[in-house]
Write a protein that binds this ligand. Structure first.
Ligand SMILES: C[S@@+](CC[C@H](N)C(=O)[O-])C[C@H]1O[C@@H](n2cnc3c(N)ncnc32)[C@H](O)[C@@H]1O
Length: 255
């Protein structure tokens, strides 16, 4: 996992990727209301990336903290959040080392960031640390790619071009390792340097692991969470199915 989302951070922020968590931000209030979760207070966004979700929450009165292991993503988040003129906190850390107690009303982790944890023990460790970081009644919401998502959806196009314009070409080539329940994207980037006008090329390999939904739920319950729901479609708020490419967990730290 080391070395990813560094040089890629700028490409990420120029693409449509930040739209994902902006979309989640717009749907969040109705979810918090539906599941009687805190609707304001202190938020921790794990793997916050370049901060699009945090920005929305900050502007809507939340006290926000973002954590990410990529310094390059955090630099973009810092710039984005500073423009609001409001106070915020960013932590440069691996989420596996989160060590904050009883502080937050809400912890979130969006855009399949938890799939980057390639060992079940790491996923459970993060769940345990999030549980500790939450206040009683606090909510933990996140999405993950499912087995179907990684092994069917990701593989549907042997080559995918998320960004193609006169200054950039981003190529994704998927592959899978069924034995390890892992899928990888080989991301090949060609970016024109705006100062020299020269093209630069580099690559990143992004590997994600899929966990069965029941195992994710069992891992949450093992550390003490109550799972309120698992959705397959956030817009419709409909339950996750075996053929859902993404699952949305809504969990709470009970009294
Ligand atoms: C797909 S991006 C999502 C960013 C943001 N949540 C969003 O919705 O745009 C994945 C992010 O997870 C971060 N990440 C991956 N593994 C991490 C870890 N173990 N600890 C902290 N951040 C991690 C990466 O640095 C990257 O910013």
């Amino acid at each position: 996992m080391s070395g990813i989302y560094q040089r890629f951070a700028e490409v990420y922020s120029r693409g449509s990727y930040p739209e994902f968590s902006k979309w989640v931000f717009n749907l969040l209030p109705s979810l918090l209301e539906k599941y009687s979760l805190p609707q304001t207070g202190k938020l921790l966004d794990l793997a916050c990336g370049e901060g699009a979700f945090l920005e929305g929450m900050l502007l809507h009165g939340w006290q926000v903290t973002g954590l990410d292991q990529s310094g390059d993503m955090l630099r973009l988040a810092e710039k984005r959040l500073a423009q609001t003129g409001q106070t915020f906190r960013l932590i440069h850390e691996d989420m596996r080392n989160l060590a904050i107690q009883n502080k937050f009303d809400l912890v979130t982790c969006w855009f399949d960031s938890l799939n980057y944890l390639l060992e079940l023990t790491d996923l459970e460790n993060v769940f345990y640390r999030v549980f500790k970081a939450l206040k009683t009644n606090g909510g933990f919401l996140f999405d993950m790619n499912t087995l179907y998502g990684l092994f069917v959806r990701w593989q549907q196009q042997p080559v995918y071009l998320p960004q193609e314009n006169e200054d950039m070409l981003e190529i994704h080539i998927p592959s899978c390792n069924y034995e390890r329940s892992e899928a990888s994207l080989r991301i090949i980037l060609f970016v024109r340097n705006s100062q020299t006008n020269q093209w630069e090329r580099w690559e990143e390999i992004h590997t994600q692991k899929a966990y069965p939904m029941d195992l994710i739920q069992a891992s949450l319950e093992k550390v003490g969470f109550r799972v309120l729901d698992r959705l397959g479609n956030l817009t419709e708020q409909s339950p996750a199915q075996p053929h859902s490419g993404r699952v949305w967990f809504i969990a709470q730290k009970p009294v």
